[in-house]
Ligand binder design. Structure first.
Ligand SMILES: [Zn+2]
Length: 164
């Protein structure tokens, strides 16, 4: 299997005609995915969940909500989390992100739940770790409120769109 770094080497030695062919083959083979945002159209490595340039998902749309449970969270609890994040950003002079991903790699102790998940902010194509967000009392409380709806699974991601 060709690694993404090998693909980069291949592309760096290709002229523009060869690059077009190599990229088309890499997309067909699933090594790259083309951003479907028509204003962007950047190739992204297979491992990227969002576009490294514009921040859109593989569907070409801005980051949206991902709730890992088929039951979802109640709109009220989801709003509470969004409000807590917005307030935290205002209080800490941070620009509002497009969304926040909570990656659960932590303790499976149910008492910790989503409050133990590592948060990161999405700003366009950038994803910035924000561990300090999880220390906020209002954010933790809002996250704990979600545990009744879906306990986090190891390696599971939850994402909430913020900037609308
Ligand atoms: Zn893009």
């Amino acid at each position: 299997m060709l690694a993404t770094s090998d693909l980069d080497v291949l592309l760096s030695h290709a002229d523009s005609q060869q690059e077009t062919v190599i990229r088309a083959a890499a997309r067909a083979a699933g090594l790259l995915w083309l951003c479907r945002n028509t204003a962007c159209r950047r190739d992204n490595p297979r491992s990227a969940r969002t576009c490294g340039s514009c921040g859109c998902g593989k569907n070409g749309k801005p980051v949206g909500d991902i709730f890992p449970s088929p039951y979802g969270a109640s709109p009220r609890r989801w709003r509470a989390l969004r409000k807590a994040i917005t307030q935290w950003c205002t209080e800490h002079n941070r620009p509002l992100p497009d969304g926040v991903t909570f990656a659960y790699w932590g303790d499976r102790d149910e008492d910790c739940g989503w409050a133990a998940a590592a948060p990161s902010f999405h700003y366009g194509g950038q994803q910035v770790a924000a561990p300090e967000l999880a220390c906020d009392e209002a954010v933790s409380e809002a996250l704990n409120g979600l545990n009744h709806h879906s306990a986090p699974s190891y390696g599971g991601d939850m994402r909430i769109a913020v900037h609308r």
